[in-house]
Design a protein around this ligand. Structure first.
Ligand SMILES: C[S@@+](CC[C@H](N)C(=O)[O-])C[C@H]1O[C@@H](n2cnc3c(N)ncnc32)[C@H](O)[C@@H]1O
Length: 229
């Protein structure tokens, strides 16, 4: 499953069909649907209610958990994880992307059954982070590591937003070697990382360049932007 320029991308999540409207002609990358988001949602769907021996049963047991998505774009991952049981979820992005997000949330309200929470959150804005009343059980993001200058703020936001015993779920693709290198260097300061084996991804959605990572806070972690900045 690769990037597609179709104006509408359909994604079935359990018994619901999401229709994501994208505008690839806009100057904001968040108005497009990036395929890592589909990979993350379909990975979670595959294991969330699996009766097979399931290494992800606890991770994907979303009951009574609060979640937040960073850089949601058109809202695919947030809507998908909501349909998989993450009831209390807030989708966030920068101001210019909010109209595309709101449009998609409105179009998909019949499938979702309710209006999902959404708000502006710029990763370098501590007041916006604080206003969201962290910590959250689940912080998630897809295809958000592509600007080297933003990496430190992104990781700091993740570390602030997630509970000590919480989890960060990442749909990931290398977009910039520099951003990728810095992201994993700084990530190692605050988080343990686990890469989901490719054979555990959904076979119809997995592709070579896409990964899902599970990050868990290290004890006595430091926040990446509190050092060396
Ligand atoms: C490549 S898009 C991915 C969008 C969506 N997650 C997906 O997978 O379809 C990257 C997203 O990160 C958001 N973003 C980039 N820098 C940001 C920042 N500093 N604060 C908040 N969001 C940011 C962009 O607006 C965009 O929605």
């Amino acid at each position: 499953m690769k990037f597609t320029d179709s104006p509408v991308i359909e994604l079935r999540v359990r018994d619901k069909l999401l229709a994501l409207h994208q505008d690839n002609g806009s100057m904001h990358v968040g108005t497009s649907v990036w395929p890592c988001s589909l990979v993350l949602v379909k990975f979670a769907e595959r294991w969330a209610h699996s009766s097979d021996p399931n290494p992800y049963a606890a991770l994907l047991d979303f009951r009574n958990k609060r979640g937040i998505e960073l850089g949601t774009g058109c809202g695919v991952a947030g809507m998908g994880l909501f349909l998989l049981g993450l009831y209390d979820v807030v989708l966030t992005d920068i101001p210019p992307v909010m109209p595309a997000l709101k449009h998609n949330l409105k179009r998909n309200k019949p499938a979702l059954g309710k209006a999902l929470k959404n708000t502006v959150l710029c990763w370098n804005n501590p007041d916006q982070i604080k206003a969201l009343n962290p910590p959250f059980d689940v912080v998630f993001a897809t295809d958000v590591v592509y600007i080297e200058e933003s990496v430190r703020h992104l990781l700091s936001a993740m570390a602030t937003l997630v509970k000590p015993e919480g989890v960060v779920l990442l749909g990931y693709q290398v977009r910039s070697p520099e951003a990728d290198k810095l992201f994993w260097e700084l990530c190692d300061e605050a988080f343990h990382k686990e890469k989901v084996p490719h054979e555990h991804l959904h076979p119809d959605y997995a592709y070579e360049e896409a990964d899902v990572f599970i990050l868990r806070k290290k004890q006595n972690e430091t926040k990446p932007n509190e050092e060396n900045s």
